[in-house]
Design a protein around this ligand. Structure first.
Ligand code: HEM
Length: 170
């Protein structure tokens, strides 16, 4: 490994370490813990049974926005690929370990959006659409009411970590 590569990899590890520290504080802030994650995971299958409609509705919101359409055109993102990425993300919200590996995945997703210059406002709006559709879909399955706030906390935690590199300088 060259000196440059080593420096880059040490910088990456350093950022990851800071994000992990932040992620722990965010979990405490939102009340995400083993108990709440256990509740969510217990309802995982029922929640994921409505994933298609959640993802399609989120995509409908995204595709109705001119700023998003400009990015989609510029990057050549297809509807199929976007739907695949959203399904991956929704599954990650529900099945992720809320640990270092999860933080690393979100860091990479955040970097991918920075690379294609997706503005923060669109990330927040899309996460809002995810939350709206997730809650709407929960109303259609027989799940215990305690998972509603947990799912909301989890979506916010994921959003925050996807965008956290931009907060590191604050
Ligand atoms: C909550 C919001 C969002 C989630 C969870 C999400 C999820 C993802 C994921 C998982 C990836 C793959 C990252 C990687 O390569 O590792 C990705 C890439 C991408 N996203 Fe998003 N995204 C969100 C918002 C948006 C928005 C608002 C746009 C704007 C149009 C957008 C456009 C893109 C583009 C152009 C790529 C790269 C395409 C590719 O890899 O083929 N995303 N997104």
């Amino acid at each position: 490994m060259s000196v440059e590569d080593r420096t880059r990899s040490e910088e990456y590890e350093g950022v990851l370490e800071k994000l992990f520290t932040l992620s722990t504080a965010y979990k405490r802030f939102l009340g995400i813990n083993e108990e709440s994650l256990r509740k969510l995971r217990a309802q995982r299958d029922k929640i994921l049974s409505r994933m298609e409609e959640v993802v399609f509705k989120v995509l409908d919101s995204l595709l109705a926005n001119d700023e998003a359409l400009e990015i989609i055109k510029r990057t050549g993102l297809t509807k199929e690929r976007a739907s695949q990425l959203f399904k991956y993300s929704y599954t990650l919200f529900l099945e992720g370990g809320y640990d270092k590996e999860h933080v690393q995945k979100l860091f990479r997703i955040g970097l991918a959006h920075a690379r294609v210059r997706v503005p923060e406002r669109l990330m927040i709006l899309t996460a809002g659409a995810f939350l709206r559709e997730a809650l709407r879909s929960l109303g259609k399955v027989d799940v215990s009411k305690d998972v509603f706030p947990v799912l909301s906390d989890c979506i916010f935690w994921n959003l925050c970590l996807m965008k956290a590199t931009s907060f590191l300088g604050d």
